[in-house]
Design a protein around this ligand. Structure first.
Ligand SMILES: Nc1nc2c(c(=O)[nH]1)N[C@H]1C(S)=C(S)[C@@H](COP(=O)(O)O)O[C@H]1N2
Ligand SMILES: [Mo]
Length: 480
């Protein structure tokens, strides 16, 4: 087990110094994520939430420990098992690294080198049976190998920290220009919580991609007249727009937390596409990210007048690393998986017939318009408010269409219209509230919204898969 630990630490160190994505732990983790069947993934997101990534990495380490324990026991009698065990371990890591969408041939090297180290150490350490090493010699070797592991592991962490620091510095050094077309002043009367303190995070990246702003390029290619490659400086020279937009995840359950609002700064996509000259037959923009995600956005949503953009800023700062630094896509009215590629490095103009993006290959809808929905935030489930005036409050959203009315129902009584707070545009959620004359006893509160086209949110329950959850959110409380 110690030999393997040293091998992994050495592989992680080499990867950290050269190609972070080639580290065996994140490579195997990424391969597991991509291979996980959709129902299992939905289950993991539902039960583990954002702990899914640490749990996955922990499980990989656990499997590795069990595997190496078995190899170690067998290798004490048969030395070839040490070689075979190390080979399996190296090939698995290398195969996982090569299977990553953004892989290059070199990415096999860290895992293979780690395996060579692990196998060699084990061979030297475990002399041929039947002469087991003395206890003292064993302890000395164990200490040496463990020490080597700690040093290599610490060095890998240090290298990551230094490189991360350089990326953070490239972010600090950015001065975002003022928007040529700034956001409308917020109407008065917006309640706290309109902007999310912390935007939710959903992505398949086991480690946050760290992209140096200076070296970043965006290639626009495919069915275009003039392919271009743009730097961040090129983008920042263009007229920028600033908008308040609510982003939400298709995996959000009814009443769930994967939704938030921010003030975004970015380059509108439509003029950029006009410059490169999009082929009339194209109908899909495939955004590719640094770590190999593909997100397919209908071309029409970049040209129909909505504020589809390449974002460079969020809430007055360059993007946070975990939200896509230095540049991400944003398409108001589409779920994130269909219009909000983070860490974007490529836009390929193509057709839906020719290319299925990452989530579409896994059965999710190729188009991802957000469904009209609403959520009760106050009172919380199982709260025990005192009888009398109780404020029921929450949010409702139908980006692009806007929200016309929100209604609240207590038990089976008639629906009552809630008060809607002002909004800057139809691309954000709407805050609503309703004063409830609460009487003692258990009560169930329900909410439903009507969007700007007059469509009433359906009561019919649907799971998030494959095109977004539907159904009314309700909360049960006991009034004292
Ligand atoms: N590169 C990349 N971009 C991505 C994803 C991803 O996994 N990788 N996930 C998408 C999904 S499913 C959502 S809901 C949004 C979430 O954006 P946020 O994490 O900034 O809130 O990002 C989208 N962009
Ligand atoms: Mo999502």
């Amino acid at each position: 087990m110690l030999s393997a630990a040293l091998g992994v630490a050495a592989a992680e160190l080499l990867a950290a110094a050269t190609r972070p994505a080639a580290g065996p732990l994140v490579a195997v983790g990424g391969a597991v994520i991509d291979a996980t069947p959709t129902p299992v993934k939905e289950f993991a997101v539902r039960t583990l939430g954002t702990h899914d990534k640490p749990v996955l990495l922990g499980s990989i380490v656990l499997v590795l420990l069990l595997f190496t324990a078995v190899v170690g026991i067998l290798a004490a009698r048969r030395r070839w098992v040490a070689v075979a065990g190390a080979a399996i371990f190296g090939v698995a890591g290398a195969a996982a690294a090569l299977s990553r969408p953004a892989a290059i041939a070199y990415d096999a090297v860290p895992s293979l080198l780690g395996a060579a180290i692990a196998g060699t150490v084990l061979l030297i350490w475990a002399p041929a049976a039947p002469a087991p090493p003395g206890r003292r010699r064993f302890l000395r070797t164990a200490l040496l190998v463990a020490g080597g592991t700690v040093v290599a592991g610490a060095a890998a962490e240090t290298v990551k920290r230094i490189k991360g620091g350089a990326v953070a510095q490239s972010r600090e050094a950015i001065t975002l220009p003022a928007a040529a077309d700034p956001a409308k002043p917020l109407p008065s009367g917006i309640a706290p919580g309109f902007y999310s303190d912390k935007l939710y995070r959903v992505d398949t990246a086991l480690t946050v991609p760290r992209i140096d702003a200076g070296g970043w390029r965006l290639k626009i290619h495919g069915m275009v007249r003039d392919e271009v490659s743009l730097s961040l400086a090129d983008l920042l020279e263009r007229p920028l727009i600033e908008r308040d937009i609510t982003l939400n995840c298709v995996s959000n359950e009814v009443g769930g937390p994967y939704i938030g609002t921010a003030r975004w700064l970015g380059v509108p996509l439509a003029p950029l596409l006009a410059e490169v000259g999009v082929d009339a037959a194209a109908d899909q923009i495939v955004a590719r990210s640094a770590e190999g995600m593909t997100i397919g956005t209908p071309l029409a949503t970049a040209l129909d007048g909505r504020d589809t953009m390449l974002c460079v800023g969020m809430n007055g700062e360059p993007l946070q690393l975990e939200h896509g630094f230095p540049v991400r896509m944003l398409t108001p009215g589409l779920y994130g998986y269909a219009g909000a590629c983070k860490w974007v490095t490529e836009l390929e103009l193509t057709t839906f017939a020719d290319f299925d993006a990452y989530w579409v290959r896994r059965g999710w809808a190729a188009n991802g318009p957000v469904r009209t929905a609403s959520r009760i935030d106050r009172p919380q489930p199982f709260a025990r408010p005192a009888a009398g005036k109780v404020t029921v409050a929450g949010v409702a959203w139908a980006q692009g269409r806007g929200i016309r009315t929100v209604e609240v129902r207590v038990d089976d009584r008639p629906w009552r219209k809630a008060e809607l707070l002002p909004v800057p545009s139809s691309d954000t959620w709407v805050q609503w509230r309703h004063e409830w004359d609460a009487t003692p006893g258990p009560h169930t509160l329900s909410v439903r919204a009507t969007d700007g086209t007059g469509d009433v949110q359906t009561e019919q329950r649907a799971t998030p898969y494959p095109s977004g959850a539907t159904g009314w959110h309700s909360v049960t409380v006991t009034v004292e």
